[in-house]
Design a protein around this ligand. Structure first.
Ligand SMILES: *[C@@H]1O[C@H](CO)[C@@H](O)[C@H](O)[C@H]1NC(C)=O
Ligand SMILES: *[C@@H]1O[C@H](CO)[C@@H](O)[C@H](O)[C@H]1NC(C)=O
Length: 249
């Protein structure tokens, strides 16, 4: 009874029904109840100003614009010429939205930065990487090397700044006292990426250019079962058996 009353009460309080995500489902995931936006849907910048995008791609949804985890309908002009849902996808409209306002339209996951091949045996599960991992100094270089498509790191050659604001003051690259910091945290901005490999990071986040050879012929199948990331084995044990497959320096 209480449940029924609270449902009635809730719908009384919120008479405007928000639209569900429909039409083009790219960059969404079904969460068990409904389609919601993935973090990658909005993890990029518009190429023109957000204010201009808001005018070009106005939303009529009470939930506002697409955001990670919400179910706001995609602004119609992002993918269709129709003015009411259900609306058919018009590819021209989507192409234009992708080029100018991918964030406003929840299309970031369709941009080039999110579309490349991940490593065959990534050291972490590429499918469950969160937005906070994409921004974490502890994870960014491992993700860039192993799961670039998860964070929009495609085209970066497997190397990004581990902290996101290195570019604000490039004088730190020349600062004698900052060398060990920039070598670890500002590889991209300061030109310290390893040059001979696109995925030369060991489990400690340092850089190397070659790996110890595998001593087992089972490494490929072990790696599929998570051997490379399994903390049950020490890094030394993993290196000794499958240094190359696991890419441990
Ligand atoms: C994603 O977009 C492409 C066109 O860019 C379309 O062909 C495809 O059907 C869309 N996928 C979903 C799940 O809506
Ligand atoms: C799915 O997402 C919606 C909108 O964020 C939320 O209200 C709902 O609880 C979620 N369902 C599950 C099962 O997580």
């Amino acid at each position: 009874m209480i449940a029924i009353i609270s449902i009635l009460f809730a719908s009384f309080l919120a008479p405007e029904v928000s639209a569900a995500i429909g039409g083009d489902l790219n960059c969404t995931v079904y969460n068990g109840t409904m389609f919601v936006w993935t973090p990658a849907a909005v993890a990029c910048q518009n190429t023109i100003s957000d204010a201009s995008c808001a005018i070009l791609y106005p939303t009529t949804d009470t939930l506002g614009l697409p955001a990670a985890g919400n179910a706001a309908g995609r602004p119609l002009a992002c993918y269709t010429t129709a003015t009411v849902t259900p609306a058919a996808v018009v590819l021209d409209m989507k192409t234009a939205a992708l080029a100018s306002c991918p964030k406003t339209c929840g299309f970031c996951c369709n941009t080039d930065a999110f579309n490349c091949k991940n490593a065959d045996y990534p050291r972490l599960n590429c499918a469950t990487i969160t937005n906070s991992q994409c921004n974490s100094p502890a994870w960014r270089n491992i993700i860039a090397a192993d799961c670039p498509s998860a964070c929009g790191f495609c085209g970066q050659g497997g190397c990004v700044d581990a902290v996101t604001n290195c570019g604000n003051d490039l004088s730190i690259c020349q600062n004698i006292g900052m060398q060990s910091f920039v070598n670890t945290y500002c590889q991209k901005s300061c030109g310290r990426c390893p040059s001979t490999t696109t995925s030369g990071y060991n489990n400690g986040g340092g850089s190397c250019t070659s790996y110890v050879a595998d001593s087992s012929s089972n490494c490929a199948s072990w790696a599929k079962n998570g051997f490379c990331t399994n903390n049950f084995y020490t890094v030394d044990q993993r290196r000794a058996r499958c240094g190359s497959t696991c890419r441990i320096c």
